[in-house]
Each structure stands twice: as structure tokens, then as C-alpha cells.
Design a protein around this ligand. Structure first.
Ligand code: EPU
Length: 421
């Protein structure tokens, strides 16, 4: 298993491009199943979750061709509607094939995802929506089996705003008979990107980006092309890397709309932000980092996927801050590892109470999940001495060669293969 060796304390500076959004790609790729033909997904990031989804789609008969950042998916010969445990257990987003398969083929057999590094992360809302649209859902030997004649439009009121359930329902409803209305729909930009793709495929969708989606089902969809939006979490992670190392960087290829809540908090902490069309520059606040509280919430609020990174940032702030996660109440596995680097953090229910310290100190730390490992890399960049971040396969799931991007900005970071951990 690879690890990162980071010799901290280097100021980051320079320009870097933001890759396509992992969580957009993971929805766009299964959406291609709704049509027969070759769909073209531009700006697809080269990261492990995308490769996992590609393997799963291949298993269903899709022929992928991935060159540079253009992913073509040929769905002319779908031979299976089964998403096996081997794939789904690796990545919960595999459940995104459920909606399209049920809607286009009237049958899907998808493994239940099972446990996760934090949780619980149920999929009840995905299933309830499909049931409301007329699917018969059974649970057999750890698999969800969905059967239906043509799905029927329905009124879906989600109790909780869910990215995955909205995406799955949106895809299913696009080929259903009649109109589906989704209330309390997720407003995340990755869902708007999915809606944009479906519309290009011929779907009739109104309200993308708002909490009410109205979908008039069509008989058939066609393969299409789409530009994947920029990854707002990669962008936020890189900005914090600069903020924590007294640095100054420019991100290329991301609209401030995607990260306005992160930019606002960075400004509050003392950073200077400049926005120039699709370039965003950050100059760190220097040696004084103002402690700033955050509470995660749905878009456009502060994302849970940036909670661990913000916690790392605040661990070197000049005072006490509180970081509360309202989306995932126990997503704090990074905290004991940050403490190994000298951070002073206590978790009280779903709030991390962070007393900023003067300096973090290098140590060996263990990644437990994707965003936790990102927070450890950030802490390592700011720490004195050498930090080893073990098990970076978690990080590789969701960041496209982050060590190369960080190196290009002046970080002293290397990947070492074959570590014993
Ligand atoms: N929820 C339910 N029932 C459901 C579905 C969700 O109660 O059927 C609850 C969850 O327990 C959670 C809340 O709804 O409390 C929101 O979960 P959501 O369904 O929105 O999450 P998701 O679709 O499983 C996506 C991202 C996650 C990100 C969350 C929240 C993808 C592939 N994943 O997950 O990304 O944390 O939205 O924004 O889009 C990551 O990239 O590190 C990551 C975990």
C-alpha cells in the first residue's frame, strides 16, 4: 500500500488546474446506461472511484474508452443488470446504476452497499422513490432486486435532502411514463450537472439547481456529450493547503459559485481571495489565522466533504474554533490522527472543539477514509519535520494525483510504494 512522505513547512505558490468533479462523474457515468449509443464525458477525472465505476459498467456490458480526460461509454450492448457485491462494497456510489437499469430494462439486481468508514449511510430514500414509481423491490441475499413494468411518474417528497437519492430518482424518472416531481431535491451542483446531461440526452427536466425538480418522462433517450464540472472539494483542499502554509496560489478552471461557502470562510480566517472569471487566487493570512467556526450543510452551505480539511486548518489557528457536521454526525476519524501530529482537538457529539496550536509536528499517521486522508496531507504540509501518511489508497479514490499538483506548487511530498501498512 502506498504512503506519502511529506517534509512540511514549504510555502505553496503558483497556479494549478482543478480536475473534473469525482461526484459528478460518478453520477454521469451510470446515466449513460439510459440510452443506447456512445456518450462522451469530457473533463472526467482520472481517479480510482472513476475506475471502479468503469469496471462495474464493463460488467454490465458497457465498453469504455478513457483517453486523457475524455471518457466514452458505449452502451449499445448491455448484457447484464447485476451490480455485484465485489464492486458495490468498494464504492457506495455503485448504487447509482439502480435507477437507470430499472428504468430502462425493468430489472436490476444491485448489492446493498454494507458498512462504511462512518455512518450509517442508508439508501432507504432511493428505494422508496423507486417503489413510488411502481417498482417492486425485494431484498434477497444482500441484493436489492428491483422489477417493474415501465416506471410511472410520481410525487416524491424526500424527508432528507439526499444527493444520491435525488440522482437515482432523476435518472429513473427521465424514462418513466408521466411526470415526476421531486420535493426537497438535492441542490448540489453535481446533480445540476447530471440534469444537464440528461437534458442533452433528451430528458425533460425543470428546476435543476433548486429543491423542486419536475421531470416529464420520455420514451427514449439518446447518447450525448457533457462537460463535467470542476471538483469543488479538490479546489477547497488545495486552497486550504495554501492557507496553511503561508502560501499564495491560483486555481484555474473553477467558478466561485461552486465554492462560495468555502471562500467566505477562508476570507473570514484572514485569507485574501481574488476572483477573475474562472481563476480564483488565495493569499494566506500570514502567521495569524483567525479561528472560524463552521457547520456543514447541504449546498450552498459548507460541504461535509470539506469538514476534515477545515478541522486540519483550524488546528493551527490562533484560538478556539468549533466544527460541526450535521450531515454525517460521526465523520471524525481524522481527529485522533491529527492529534498524533500535535493538534489539540476534542470531539463532543458531532462537534470538533479545536484549540489552535502554534505548530504541528511530523509523525506517522493513518488514512481511514478519503477526506480524512486529505486532512492529514494538509496537516503534514504545515507540520514541522516529516509526516508519513499511510494507506493513501483512500486518497487515490477521490483526488487525481494530488501529490503531483502539490509538488508543482512547491510542496515536498513523495509517494512511496510497497509500505508495510
Ligand atoms: N440519507 C438517508 N437515506 C438515504 C440516503 C441518504 O437517510 O436513502 C441521509 C444520509 O444518511 C445523510 C444525508 O441523507 O445523512 C445525505 O446523504 P446523501 O445521500 O446526500 O449522500 P450520498 O449521495 O451517499 C454524496 C457524496 C458524498 C457526500 C454526500 C453529502 C457522491 C458519490 N457522494 O453521498 O461524497 O459526502 O453526498 O454531500 O456523490 C466524498 O466525496 O467524500 C463523499 C462521501
Amino acid at each position: 500500500m502506498d504512503k506519502f512522505i511529506i517534509r512540511g513547512g514549504k510555502k505553496l505558490s503558483g497556479e494549478v488546474s482543478v480536475s473534473g468533479a469525482k461526484n459528478a462523474s460518478l453520477a454521469l457515468m451510470p446515466a449513460a446506461l439510459l440510452a443506447s449509443g456512445v456518450s462522451k464525458l469530457n473533463n472526467t477525472p482520472q481517479l480510482n472511484d472513476v475506475y471502479t465505476m468503469m469496471k462495474l459498467l464493463k460488467e454490465l456490458g458497457v465498453k469504455p474508452k478513457f483517453e486523457n480526460d475524455i471518457l466514452e461509454l458505449d452502451t449499445k450492448n448491455i448484457t447484464s443488470q447485476v451490480a455485484p457485491y465485489e464492486h458495490v462494497k468498494k464504492m457506495r456510489a455503485s448504487v447509482y446504476v439502480l435507477g437507470p437499469l430499472t428504468s430502462r430494462f425493468g430489472y436490476a439486481k444491485v448489492s446493498l452497499p454494507g458498512g462504511c468508514a462512518w455512518g450509517p449511510r442508508p439508501i432507504n430514500l432511493h428505494l422508496e422513490a423507486l417503489k413510488k414509481m411502481g417498482a417492486e423491490i425485494d431484498l434477497v441475499e444482500g441484493y436489492i432486486i428491483a422489477k417493474s413494468k415501465r416506471l410511472q411518474g410520481a410525487k416524491i417528497n424526500f424527508d432528507v435532502s439526499s444527493v444520491g437519492a435525488t440522482g437515482n430518482t432523476l435518472m429513473a424518472a427521465s424514462l418513466a411514463k408521466g411526470t415526476t416531481v421531486i420535493n426537497n431535491a438535492a441542490m448540489e451542483p453535481e446533480i445540476s450537472n447530471l440534469a444537464e446531461f440528461l437534458i442533452k440526452m433528451g430528458a425533460k427536466i425543470e428546476g435543476a439547481g433548486t429543491s423542486t425538480l419536475s421531470i416529464e418522462g420520455v420514451d427514449e433517450l439518446n447518447a450525448a456529450g457533457i462537460n463535467t464540472i470542476a471538483d469543488r472539494i479538490e479546489a477547497g483542499t488545495l486552497l486550504i493547503a495554501a492557507a496553511m502554509t503561508n502560501g499564495e496560489i491560483t486555481l484555474k478552471g473553477i467558478s466561485d459559485f461552486l465554492i462560495s461557502s468555502i471562500l467566505a470562510k477562508l476570507e473570514d480566517s484572514g485569507c485574501k481571495i481574488e476572483i477573475n472569471s474562472s481563476n480564483i487566487s488565495l493569499k494566506s493570512s500570514g502567521n495569524f489565522i483567525k479561528p472560524i467556526n463552521v457547520t456543514t450543510s447541504i449546498f450552498p452551505g459548507f460541504p461535509t466533504d470539506m469538514q476534515a480539511q477545515w478541522t486540519a486548518y483550524m488546528s493551527v489557528a490562533d484560538g478556539v474554533s468549533y466544527v460541526t457536521d450535521t450531515i454525517y454526525l460521526d465523520r471524525f476519524k481524522h481527529v485522533p490522527e491529527l492529534v498524533r501530529l500535535g493538534a489539540d482537538i476534542r470531539v463532543n457529539e458531532n462537534t470538533a472543539v479545536i484549540k489552535g496550536v502554534n505548530k504541528l509536528k511530523g509523525a506517522k499517521v493513518m488514512s481511514t477514509d478519503l477526506r480524512a486522508s486529505a486532512s492529514l496531507v494538509l496537516a503534514g504540509l504545515a507540520a514541522e519535520g516529516t509526516t508519513e501518511v499511510l494507506r493513501v489508497y483512500h486518497l487515490d479514490r477521490g483526488y487525481q494525483r494530488i501529490e503531483e499538483k502539490l509538488k508543482s506548487l512547491g510542496a515536498d511530498i513523495e509517494r512511496a510504494a510497497g509500505a508495510e501498512y
